[in-house]
Ligand binder design. Structure first.
Ligand code: ADP
Ligand code: MG
Length: 684
């Protein structure tokens, strides 16, 4: 046994490939082994040419009978391949001289590709081909061929070659894989599971391997869930030593705030505020998640917590993931808290020069409450006495930002209390595992007088009608959003789509002011547009999904969402939550492109039927799977490689049993293998 190597030690991995692998989260051989195929191809046999079927992928082998380059609508290379049973045409629209040489008449070729029915009978477009020896004795693979998910800039062939080497070493027993679970609770050997996943024999249940119900995949999933369980337990033991400052209740200040805000807190707001205040009065650091649907009034609850810190002469900070959102908090808190005699400080990335120096000085000195973006937690920012950190819309923060944030204000075993707030409801089935390290408070009641948003779905084909409807809305003096999401990760394309929509609507709706906000604009520009919308200077705001989070403009009462069929339920729910905050009846129009697939249809149906965030979250889990529900894609939190909380929920119990049976050494092996240096990320 030689032990595990870093990817950079694997043959054929230079700095370029290593950096692409890193983008997939692959740093060493173990990571390679845990990179599961998306699907498999059967190249273990040759299909006779008279037995190929259209719309299937097949491997054929035969002799080149003919090749020619023809000029139809496009130039193309046509090759006729024949075996004893029949013939198949290969068609290439892009081709190189080397290919023409490969298809020299008389050569024996082995080919894999998708079969179609064409003008000359069966054909394959752009199949993968290679010349094989004349005696036709070239061996076929004994196992199915894995097709791995790749990332931009990493060729599938390269990735496959690199993973192959690691699998090869496992197969020969050269890669040291300690296996403390082997034989426990009916589990098999880890090595066997890995080999089955990467090199299944022709008899394996491929569907089960792909969807994860195969025992080999479950073997890995159990180990991974166990690793998280063990790591969390270890963290909790370490945390038991940590202490925080005991804060007062801030009652006098809170009462004065209530007099100012002009509304009565809901029962739910009172209850969760009490839960939080009780935590703050203990020297055990608070670690609490506040869940409340969009518009449920989390800001007031946060204010109560901030006041408890300020009343005790300590500092508190509230951070938001975007500048728009942070500034909105700053405005609210300036109005609510400054009159109480508190010293507020604003810090965001755009605060530069003298203003920044003054902000830093205040944070190290007289400031009571800091409000801003993650700029508050960058190097060089020092607090005098930070006792509480409130993180708004926490799922929007990257893992590293959250870590930096937790570290601020810590000294020795002393850390600030933490309150994280989210409007993304977590289905109960997931909350336990996803937020295992946190106490949870839920605001399960909306402020009175909210009318549920009416939701309709309309096909994009009826665009004129939709624009007409918008004209009527605006004529009534209402404001509206028009969201143009693109699903590709390109915010450039998304910005362009929004730009052209804004232009089109500007022309179609003369007399109304149409604004535009998208992710490629400078923060200051975005801010300015949002401020004008807030002030009523803009009637219709065309936007990308940048407005998804937390923006509060009560007079906006209509939300149009284009491409609604391509968005997930949580995202639709967040967007819809931007309206219905004022007294007017609000509406949400989901514009979709027909025909709808089953999942998309089901989603739009759910949106029409309910405005309850929890029901929506449960449905979202059903329709999409937990990775997306929890937003792990963006944040890297709970990044499971093999396990899937939706699919594997019933593995959580056996995992607890296993955890109880493992000794310390076994536990260390498993944590190290699955989590390694990322241990700190296990924590939310
Ligand atoms: P979110 O939970 O989405 O952050 P906010 O705190 O922004 O919600 O509150 C949404 C709106 O409801 C704000 O305009 C806020 O002033 C108002 N609001 C909050 N609590 C109440 C309440 N108890 N009664 C009436 N209005 C409230
Ligand atoms: Mg909010």
């Amino acid at each position: 046994m030689e032990g595990m190597r870093a990817v950079t030690d694997v043959e054929g991995v230079g700095p370029q490939v290593a950096s692409r692998l890193k983008a997939l989260g692959i740093l060493n051989e173990i990571d390679l082994l845990f990179h599961r195929p998306l699907r498999y191809e059967d190249r273990t046999r040759i299909t006779p040419m008279n037995r190929v079927r259209p719309e299937t992928r097949a491997q054929i082998e035969g002799r080149v009978m003919h090749q020619e380059v023809v000029q139809r609508r496009r130039r193309m290379l046509l090759v006729t391949l024949a075996d004893d049973s029949g013939q198949v045409t290969l068609r290439y629209f892009r081709f190189y001289p080397s290919q023409r040489r490969m298809f020299q008449v008389g050569n024996r070729i082995r080919c894999f590709g998708e079969v179609r029915f064409g003008p000359q009978g069966f054909e394959m477009a752009h199949p993968e081909c290679r010349v094989i020896g004349d005696d036709a004795s070239e061996p076929l693979p004994k196992h199915l061929t894995p097709i791995y998910p790749v990332t931009q800039g990493l060729a599938r062939a390269t990735l496959t070659r690199v993973i192959d080497q690691a699998v090869e070493r496992v197969g020969r027993g050269r890669l040291g894989l300690a296996d403390p679970l082997d034989g426990m609770e009916g589990l098999g050997a880890l090595v066997q599971a890995i080999l089955t996943i990467h090199r299944p024999g022709p008899g394996e249940d491929l569907d089960a391997l792909v969807d994860g119900h195969h025992p080999a995949v479950r073997r890995l999933a159990i180990e991974e869930l166990l690793a998280h369980h063990l790591a969390l337990a270890r963290l909790n033991r370490a945390r038991a030593r940590q202490r925080a400052l005991k804060l007062g209740s801030g009652e006098a200040l809170r009462d004065r705030l209530l007099e100012r805000i002009g509304f009565t807190p809901t029962g739910a707001q009172r209850r969760v505020s009490e839960e939080i205040l009780a935590d703050l009065q203990s020297d055990r650091p608070m670690r609490r998640l506040l869940q409340g649907d969009v518009g449920s009034g989390k800001t007031l609850v946060a204010a109560n917590a901030l006041l408890a810190a300020a009343a005790s002469g300590r500092q508190a900070a509230i951070v938001a993931p975007t500048e728009i959102l942070a500034e909105q908090h700053f405005n609210t808190f300036t109005e609510w808290l400054e009159p109480l005699g508190l010293n507020l400080v604003w810090l965001a990335g755009k605060v530069k020069g003298k203003a920044r120096r003054q902000a830093l000085e205040a944070l190290a000195g007289q400031a009571d409450i800091a409000i801003g973006t993650h700029a508050l937690f960058q190097e060089g920012v020092e607090f005098r006495d930070l006792a509480l950190v409130v993180v708004d819309e926490q799922h929007r923060f990257g893992v590293h930002q959250r870590l930096a944030l937790a570290a601020k204000g810590s000294s020795g075993d002393q850390i600030p209390h933490q309150l994280v707030m989210t409007a993304t409801p977590i289905p109960r089935t997931l909350a336990m595992t996803a937020y295992a390290g946190l106490d949870v408070s839920v605001i399960d009641e909306l402020p009175p007088g909210r009318k549920p948003v009416t939701t309709v779905a309309i096909s994009q084909g009826r665009r004129e009608e939709i624009v007409e409807r918008m004209r009527r809305t605006l004529s009534e003096g209402k404001q509206a959003y028009w969201v143009c999401p693109l699903i590709e990760e390109s915010d450039l394309l998304e910005a362009r789509a929004a730009e052209s929509t804004a232009e089109e609507l500007g022309q179609a709706l003369p007399g109304f002011s149409v604004g535009l906000v998208h992710g490629r604009m400078k923060p200051a520009e975005k801010q300015q547009v949002m401020a004008r919308f807030s002030a009523g200077d803009i009637d219709l705001l065309v936007a990308t999904t940048v407005i998804e989070v937390g923006v509060d403009v009560p007079n906006a009462s209509v939300m149009m969402i284009e491409n609604a069929e391509r968005l997930g339920l949580s995202q639709l729910h967040q967007l819809r939550g931007r309206v219905g905050r004022g007294s007017a009846q609000a509406a949400c129009v989901l514009i979709y492109k027909a025909p709808l697939g089953d999942t998309a249809r089901a989603r739009l149906e759910v949106m029409r039927e309910t405005t309850d965030g929890f029901i929506i979250a449960e449905k979202d889990l059903e329709l999409r799977g937990p990775g997306e529900v929890l937003g792990t894609r963006q944040t890297g939190m709970l990044r499971f490689r093999v396990a899937d909380l939706g699919r594997d929920a019933e593995l959580l119990e056996p995992v607890k049993t296993l955890a109880g049976r493992l000794d310390r050494e076994g536990a260390d092996v498993i944590i190290e293998r699955w989590i390694g240096e990322a241990e700190q990320f296990v924590d939310v």
